[in-house]
Design a protein around this ligand. Structure first.
Ligand SMILES: Cc1cc2nc3c(=O)[nH]c(=O)nc-3n(C[C@H](O)[C@H](O)[C@H](O)COP(=O)(O)OP(=O)(O)OC[C@H]3O[C@@H](n4cnc5c(N)ncnc54)[C@H](O)[C@@H]3O)c2cc1C
Length: 426
């Protein structure tokens, strides 16, 4: 995007990653008044994972219309190019030090260092592989992650096989079940170890039901067969402890196994930086301004926690970029005074702290599906939820008026069944 020889030695803000989080953060930093921003990505084009998501379904919240992934990315890129921004692509960030010295490496200029007033980490996430769940069997070709198959089909014009079993019902697996079917590949089924699907409801309907692709819940792949190429897989139902019942196992013929078994925040840089990480999200602990445990280092997007919709990635990253710029220009808001923690049926909460005098959007993931529940923010606020599932983030607007009479320093968020009468919603 730019000749790397023109890199400055110092930038007000350096953004690591040019996916939707990086682009929104860079844009927002520029709009909030910093002068020099560098956005770096190891890929040759900005856009992140959106570049391979040629299906629609992006942007309903942020733009109020349905866009494909590349269209969504292009909207942000066009806005960014209206500002003065340096974009270094095909360029890998090797290291960020606590005093924000950023080490870059690219084929064009080798290794370079730039000093950043503030850093925004927006490295996204990577897919869990077969190795992460240790499926026994040979190591034939034809076993890959669903996202890699998506890249093959949508960006490289390559078909990974002719009959594909999908392991895991995450959104990427569901989208690829439909994509493979549209490309003439047979998809005998999607096998999900949990008793509930792990993707968005709209993807179950539009990608499986509309194409008559069966979803087998509480079932997993227990063995992969084939020496050079996958020939079949053995699948078996699991009990409520997720132990396979091999007496009821059967084989399914296929030449391809696509794993859609979750994403992990890409946090090598965060670990090297010594950031405090949250074991429930595997991302950095962040304040309400998306600042990490290191001064002047902010983070946003899938690197912080895995999002269901890109629109929420953008919202979170706009906040990170704005606050990175405020940090650089000495307009930092007062520190947070309330710590948030996960209670009943809440797997994770982001951000980890909030301030009682500002409005915040808090994102939660539940542990298990629940119909008709109360979402309770300590004793200060509660609201009715109709249906919650682990695959869909729950968002909660926390307004200063909820906290007017609260004098503590921590609040727990619970999601509990609605079989008891609730307090009045404020
Ligand atoms: C297959 C798939 C289908 C999806 N479908 C939908 C959908 O239909 N609707 C929807 O709303 N959302 C969807 N999503 C989710 C959405 O795409 C993600 O939430 C979003 O892309 C996350 O944005 P991000 O910027 O955090 O990460 P990414 O998009 O992953 O971008 C991170 C960027 O950081 C770069 N990077 C990482 N490390 C370094 C480094 N050390 N140096 C330089 N660069 C680095 C990467 O190259 C990448 O470009 C889908 C996601 C996937 C994977």
């Amino acid at each position: 995007m730019m000749p790397l020889s023109n890199l400055r030695d110092e930038y007000d803000t350096v953004v690591v990653g040019a996916g939707p989080a990086g682009m929104a953060a860079a844009l927002s930093a520029l709009r909030t008044g910093v002068e020099t921003v560098l956005m770096v990505d190891r890929e040759v084009e900005p856009g992140g994972i959106l570049n391979q998501c040629i299906h629609n379904g992006f942007g309903l919240h942020h733009f109020g219309e349905e866009l494909t992934g590349p269209e969504y990315a292009q909207r942000f890129l066009t806005d960014l190019l209206d500002h003065h921004i340096d974009i270094a692509t095909d360029c890998y960030v090797l290291d960020v030090t606590p005093d924000r010295l950023v080490t870059l490496m690219s084929p064009a200029v080798g290794v370079r260092q730039v000093l950043a007033g503030a850093v925004v980490l927006a490295m996204g996430a990577r897919e869990r592989t077969r190795g992460a769940i240790r499926i026994p069997g040979q190591r034939p070709s034809g076993v890959m992650t669903a996202g890699l198959a998506q890249k093959f089909v949508n960006q490289m014009g390559l078909l990974p096989g002719k009959r594909a079993v999908i392991l895991g019902s995450g959104d990427i697996g569901l989208i690829m079940a439909r994509r493979m079917t549209l490309e003439g590949v047979e998809v005998p089924g999607v096998f999900e170890i949990m008793p509930h699907a792990n993707g968005l409801t709209r993807n179950i309907v539009q990608c499986l039901h509309d194409f008559d692709i069966p979803l087998h819940l509480s079932t997993t792949v227990v063995e992969i067969h084939g020496r050079d190429r996958v020939e079949k897989v053995t699948v078996a139902p699991v009990d409520d402890q997720l132990r396979p019942d091999l007496s009821r196992a059967h084989t399914v013929k296929c030449d391809t196994l696509l794993a859609s078994i979750g994403l992990i925040p890409e946090n090598e840089l965060s670990q090297k930086l010594g950031l405090r990480l949250d074991p429930t999200t595997a991302g950095p602990v962040v304040t309400s301004t998306m600042e990490t445990s290191r001064d002047g280092v902010f983070a946003a997007g899938n690197v912080v926690h895995i999002h269901d919709l890109v629109d929420f990635v953008s919202q979170e990253a706009l906040l990170a970029g704005e606050n990175a710029a405020r940090y650089v220009t000495g307009r930092r808001p007062p520190a947070d005074n309330i710590k948030l923690s996960s209670g009943a049926n809440v797997a994770s909460v982001v951000p980890h702290t909030i301030s009682s005098d500002r409005e915040h959007t808090v994102y939660l993931r539940v542990r298990k599906p629940m119909e008709k529940s109360w979402l309770r923010l300590g004793d200060v606020y509660e609201k009715r939820l109709r249906y919650v599932v682990p695959a869909e983030m729950v968002s909660l607007k926390v307004r200063p008026r909820f906290l007017e009479h609260f004098h503590g320093d921590s609040l727990t968020i619970d999601i509990v069944p609605r079989d008891e009468p609730g307090r009045e919603e404020p």
